[in-house]
Unconditional design. Structure first.
Ligand SMILES: Cc1cc2nc3c(=O)[nH]c(=O)nc-3n(C[C@H](O)[C@H](O)[C@H](O)COP(=O)(O)OP(=O)(O)OC[C@H]3O[C@@H](n4cnc5c(N)ncnc54)[C@H](O)[C@@H]3O)c2cc1C
Ligand SMILES: Cc1cc2nc3c(=O)[nH]c(=O)nc-3n(C[C@H](O)[C@H](O)[C@H](O)COP(=O)(O)O)c2cc1C
Ligand code: FES
Lengths: 300, 268
């Protein structure tokens, strides 16, 4: 069995990644990271960000909301203090980038081009403050503009991480594909609001992003549709807690999967998913993932 | 770091709503230091999704003790654990409390906040002089008093209703103690060096957030190390969901830089 997956210029040893924001920079649990296909770093912005005030997490039956608010040390500190360590990981390192403006995405892409990282994941689920706070990723034209910029300014693999908040990810996936993205990640968290019982927002950042098992049916629905609509690979994400969940995402058309919230419960969750997939492949005598990927549409 | 399944060798209710679990966990028992916690899965399934952080209250040979109060769904499920069950725990997590020597240490526990101080007292008592002040609403809710006394430490109590010790909040008692007593300490407790009264050079406190804030205000500028028991995601430093604002700006990721932090440096 050859478990590798190639996306753009990047070959991953296996199809399992740790999702952005849920595994730090892959440095806390290196022995886990080393055995994954790769880790996606938490979002990096040009300037440092202190993030949202607490509380930043709210739990509900089936999932959670977070409002971390992209806390990160900023691009320069990341390159100086984090990259020297991530470059020693044995897995692929994908840097999740978030811009405050369209141009910032271009600048981040350009400056990362010379860094020893493997790929960029363009996080378009950030509020476009200049345009009234709607997410960049809610308009196909903006996704196209950001992807074009990133594509032009880096030679590295470019993955666009889509949002499904009040936008059909099929449209934004097509826009990303047209602009030269190597793959799309489907999906980021969904908007959510939690109240404290007295009518006030619970989270320090007011609104949050829903993740965890509750997200899975919708994420799977999105992957199924997006994979049918674009030729570039789809990376499935949303509520993957187990190998069975990962098999579902591959079946729906994902070439790779990202494990997010599950890492919070068990830092070895992504590795468990990969070990389970390997066993699944052996049991079913798979030579590669082609028989599984997209089989849902082939069967229905 | 893999979660471990630990046998519950004793599960018991200490007083209404407060439970004690002894776990057989030799690796954890050998590695854990005061200030650290375990992240406990309270169900087998995905609901509740997240683990519940509980401080290590005590260690005896290969066993680890957790003492917790039922405050919601997760802790209510944990309270149903029985002797002979297995518990899925991750840890030890967090940065150990600072190891001090030759200090006058005051421990101040409010309610369930008493629990993590016991292990700290056990480890710090030999190299330091120490006094313990514990508070609760009523006498029945005072926790672990016998255990602290068994360590040979002077223990003072405060209850809101005056049913045991000082009538009033424990922070008031701490302040009185610090202000009224001279710097010398009398020797007590079977020859062990322990202080009664006097200005402490370090204070460790655990309890509700208002209690911690009150204590910092009363004792200023004496440094107070507090156990932060606020919401967390992972407990392992990977999600950035635990954040305590720092006085100079930015946040402390207290699952990693804590849970014991210098309270004087954060915004409570
Ligand atoms: C480092 C640390 C050590 C702790 N040690 C102890 C201990 O030794 N004994 C003890 O009784 N309690 C301790 N707590 C508090 C304990 O974790 C909470 O009481 C518990 O998580 C509540 O869960 P629940 O489902 O019953 O409550 P719910 O209110 O239903 O929980 C909802 C969510 O909020 C979280 N939450 C609610 N209150 C707290 C809180 N005070 N701190 C952290 N998360 C909270 C829960 O984990 C859950 O995700 C500690 C907390 C921390 C952070
Ligand atoms: C605490 C937390 C922080 C996150 N931070 C980021 C981030 O910085 N950038 C990003 O693109 N996605 C971020 N996400 C979204 C996840 O990468 C993932 O897309 C989402 O949580 C859905 O997957 P899951 O259900 O497996 O968690 C974050 C999610 C969580 C729970
Ligand atoms: S709880 Fe996840 S980083 Fe502290």
């Amino acid at each position: 069995m050859n478990p590798q997956v190639t996306i753009g210029k990047t070959t991953f040893a296996n199809p399992v990644l740790a999702a952005s924001g849920t595994f730090e920079f892959g440095l806390k649990f290196k022995s886990v990271a080393n055995r994954l296909g790769g880790v996606v770093t938490k979002a990096i912005t040009l300037q440092p960000r202190v993030g949202n005030p607490p509380p930043r997490i709210y739990e509900f039956p089936g999932g959670m909301l977070n409002s971390v608010g992209l806390e990160n040390p900023g691009f320069e500190v990341f390159c100086r203090e984090v990259v020297p360590h991530t470059r020693k990981l044995k897995c692929r390192v994908v840097v999740n980038i978030a811009g405050a403006t369209v141009d910032e995405y271009g600048e981040l892409a350009a400056r990362l081009d010379s860094e020893p990282v493997d790929a960029l994941e363009v996080n378009v689920s950030c509020p476009n403050v200049k345009e009234g706070g709607a997410l960049f990723g809610q308009q196909p034209s903006v996704v196209e503009a950001i992807t074009t910029l990133a594509r032009r300014r880096t030679t590295k693999t470019v993955i666009v991480k889509l949002t499904a908040n009040f936008v059909d990810p099929v449209e934004t996936a097509k826009a990303a594909e047209a602009a030269g993205a190597d793959a799309v990640t489907t999906i980021n968290t969904l908007f959510g609001l939690a109240l404290d019982g007295n009518g006030r927002p619970f989270l320090g950042g007011r609104n949050g992003g829903v993740s965890g098992p509750a997200l899975k049916p919708f994420a799977l629905f999105c992957v199924d549709r997006v994979a049918a609509a674009v030729k570039i690979p789809v990376i499935g994400c949303g509520g993957i807690m187990s190998t069975a969940d990962a098999v579902d995402f591959l079946s729906a058309g994902a070439r790779m999967v990202q494990v997010g919230t599950a890492n919070l419960v068990n830092p070895e969750a992504a590795l468990d998913v990969w070990n389970g997939l390997k066993a699944h492949a052996e049991q079913n005598d798979l030579g590669n993932w082609d028989a599984v990927v997209g089989r849902t549409r082939r069967r229905s | 770091m893999k979660p471990a399944l630990c046998l519950v060798v004793q599960a018991r209710e200490l007083c209404t709503g407060i439970f004690s679990l002894w776990l057989e966990a030799s690796e954890t028992a050998h590695r854990v230091k005061p200030g650290q916690f375990l992240n406990v899965k309270v169900s087998n399934g995905p609901d509740p999704l997240l683990r519940r952080p509980i401080s290590v209250c005590d260690v005896e040979r290969s066993r680890v003790r957790l003492v917790f109060r039922v405050v919601g769904r997760g802790t209510a499920m944990l309270a149903r654990v029985r002797t002979g069950d297995e518990l899925d725990v991750l840890g030890p997590l967090g940065r150990p409390a600072p190891e001090l020597h030759h200090k006058d240490i005051m421990l101040c526990g409010g309610g369930i906040g008493t629990a993590p101080l016991l292990f700290l007292a056990r480890r710090l008592r030999r190299a330091n002089r120490m006094q313990v002040l514990l508070g609760a609403r009523t006498k029945a809710e005072l926790l672990l008093v016998r255990e602290f006394r068994a360590l040979g430490l002077p223990v003072r109590l405060a209850t809101d209703d005056g049913s045991a010790g000082y009538r009033g909040v424990v922070t008031e008692l701490v302040e009185q103690q610090v202000r009224s007593q001279g710097p010398e300490a009398t020797s007590q407790g079977r020859g062990r060096r322990s202080a009664v009264g006097g200005k402490p050079s370090a204070v460790f406190a655990c309890g509700p957030r208002p209690m911690l804030a009150d204590l910092v205000k009363r004792l200023d500028p004496i440094p107070v190390w507090g156990f932060v028991e606020e919401r967390m995601g992972c407990g392992t430093g990977i999600c950035y969901c635990c954040a305590l604002p720092k006085k100079g700006g930015g946040h402390v990721r207290f699952c990693e830089e804590g849970p014991v932090v210098k309270l004087n440096e954060v915004v409570l």
